[in-house]
Design a protein around this ligand. Structure first.
Ligand code: R5P
Length: 283
């Protein structure tokens, strides 16, 4: 078995290879003069693990090319972050189910698929190969345990993230709550924990994705108004779009933690061991 990865997943890909105790393929990436992507994989094996987060359109095409380069091998596709997964239904007439389109295109070249904290488990059914999603909740919990927060309060930004937040809080036996948004007027909302007082406490808001960080920034300001001692943010996928990092720092978020499913300066823990463990039981 060998691991091969796209350019934007080279750190996680290499860590995964180390965790599995196998080689990482040396791949050359370039562009044709017209902008088309080119790649050339080094020597391959009968069993390949193709690793590539879909963070933009180029990384999607690169992953398709990588899978094609592995044609003929038994291929496990690892999509650490699957962009387009949030368009998982037709919200308006005429829209595509983008998650389905991406899943179908990618799974043509794969014998099995592993994702990490996929936005909704229903997306897994769109792959034309057996697919599973692993959760990094225990890993976020372990990282929070090293942050030196005394008695942290783990907060889900909404009900949808509540199970994820509880899984994280269980690691350290910490308090857990979800944020509740109350509309006060046309342009005013109040955001506060549903039932636990945040005054004097270090709050850690946890979510699968931090994209624009909009809600998180508003919530942070309000938690400070309610007396929070500090607010931190932790997620699996640090998309950090549209100036999210600066927005969150400006709002007073003390630390922003993400995994290496999207490689950035905020990547403070790795999905590699969790993915390696999941590779074994899938048929
Ligand atoms: C939404 O369902 C996701 O779980 C995240 O809460 C969302 O993607 C975060 O987006 P943003 O950072 O733009 O508020």
């Amino acid at each position: 078995m060998k691991v091969i990865c796209t350019e934007k997943s080279q750190i996680l890909g290499t860590r995964l290879a180390a965790s599995l105790g196998v080689d990482i393929a040396d791949t050359r990436f370039a562009r044709f003069p017209d902008g088309e992507l080119y790649l050339r994989a080094g020597s391959l094996d009968d069993a390949m693990v193709c690793v590539g987060s879909v963070v933009d359109s180029d990384s999607l095409v690169e992953l398709l090319l990588l899978l094609d380069a592995c044609a003929g091998a038994d291929t496990t596709l690892v999509i650490p972050y699957m962009g387009y997964a949030r368009q998982d239904k037709q919200f308006n007439p005429g829209e595509p189910v983008s998650a389905r389109a991406v899943a179908r295109a990618l799974s043509r070249g794969a014998d099995r698929v592993i994702t990490v904290n996929i936005h909704e488990d229903t997306v897994l059914a769109h792959f034309d190969a057996p697919a599973a999603s692993v959760s990094l909740a225990p890993d976020i919990g372990a990282l929070i345990g090293t942050m030196g927060c005394a008695d942290p309060l783990i907060l889900a930004p909404d009900g949808g993230a509540s199970a994820f937040a509880h899984a994280i809080a269980n690691v350290g036996g910490w308090d857990c709550d979800e944020l509740k948004k109350t509309r006060l007027s046309g342009d005013q909302v109040r955001i506060e924990p549903k039932s636990i007082d945040v005054a004097g406490r270090e709050a850690i808001i946890v979510d699968d994705i931090i994209s624009t960080g909009g809600t998180l920034a508003t919530a942070t300001g309000m938690l400070y108004e309610q007396g929070a001692a500090a607010v931190h943010a932790a997620c699996v996928h640090g998309v950090l779009a549209s100036g999210a990092y600066a927005r969150l720092c400006h709002a007073g978020v003390r630390s922003i933690t993400a995994s290496d499913t999207i490689e950035s300066a905020c990547s403070r823990y790795s999905a590699a061991d969790r993915i390696a463990a999941a590779l074994r039981p899938i048929p």
